[in-house]
Design a protein around this ligand. Structure first.
Ligand code: IDP
Length: 137
C-alpha cells in the first residue's frame, strides 16, 4: 500500500457549470480523503507557476486565460496510489476522447476546458501541493 497525496483543481468551467458537487462525489466515493480544499481566484503568476512546464506551448496563453477566468476549487486528496487513481477518474486530457465513466468522458467535450486537473506523478504532486497549500506538512 502506497499512501499518496495529490493536487486536484476543479477548473473554472466546472465551477461555472455547477459540477463541483458531482465531481467531489466521484473522488469521495472512490474512498479518497479530502485533506484540504479551498475555492480560489487564480492570477497569471499563479497559473504560470502551476503550469510551468507548459509555458512555451502554443496552447498556453489560452490555457492561462481559461484558468484565470473565474473561481476554481483546489484540493488535496489522499489515498492508496492517489496520483494514478485520480488520473483514471479524471480520464484522458481531451474530453472528446476521454473514456465514458470518467469525469472528462462524461462531462467534457474540449481539449482545454476539461473540468479537472490531477498531478501527473508523485514528484509533481509534492511540488503542486506545496505551491497551492504551503501550510501542509
Ligand atoms: P492533463 O491535465 O491531462 O495532465 P496536460 O498535457 O498536462 O494534461 O495539459 C494541461 C492542460 O492544458 C490540460 O488539462 C488542458 O486544459 C490544456 N491542454 C492540453 N493540451 C491542450 C491542447 O492541445 N489545446 C488546448 N489546451 C490543452
Amino acid at each position: 500500500m502506497t499512501i499518496e497525496r495529490t493536487l486536484v483543481l476543479i477548473k473554472p468551467d466546472a465551477v461555472k457549470r455547477g459540477l463541483v458537487g458531482e465531481i467531489l462525489a466521484r473522488y469521495e466515493r472512490k474512498a479518497l480523503r479530502i485533506v484540504a480544499m479551498e475555492q480560489r481566484e487564480v492570477d497569471a503568476s499563479m497559473a504560470d507557476k502551476h503550469y510551468h512546464e507548459h509555458l512555451d506551448r502554443d496552447f498556453y496563453p489560452a490555457l492561462r486565460s481559461f484558468v484565470t477566468s473565474g473561481p476554481l476549487v483546489a484540493l488535496v486528496l489522499e489515498g492508496d496510489d492517489a496520483v494514478s487513481a485520480v488520473r483514471l477518474l479524471n480520464g484522458a486530457t481531451d474530453g472528446r476522447r476521454a473514456e465514458p465513466g470518467s469525469i472528462r468522458g462524461d462531462w467534457a467535450l474540449s481539449n482545454r476546458e476539461n473540468l479537472v486537473h490531477g498531478s501527473d506523478s508523485p514528484e509533481a504532486a509534492a511540488r503542486e501541493v506545496g505551491l497551492w497549500f504551503p501550510g501542509l506538512g
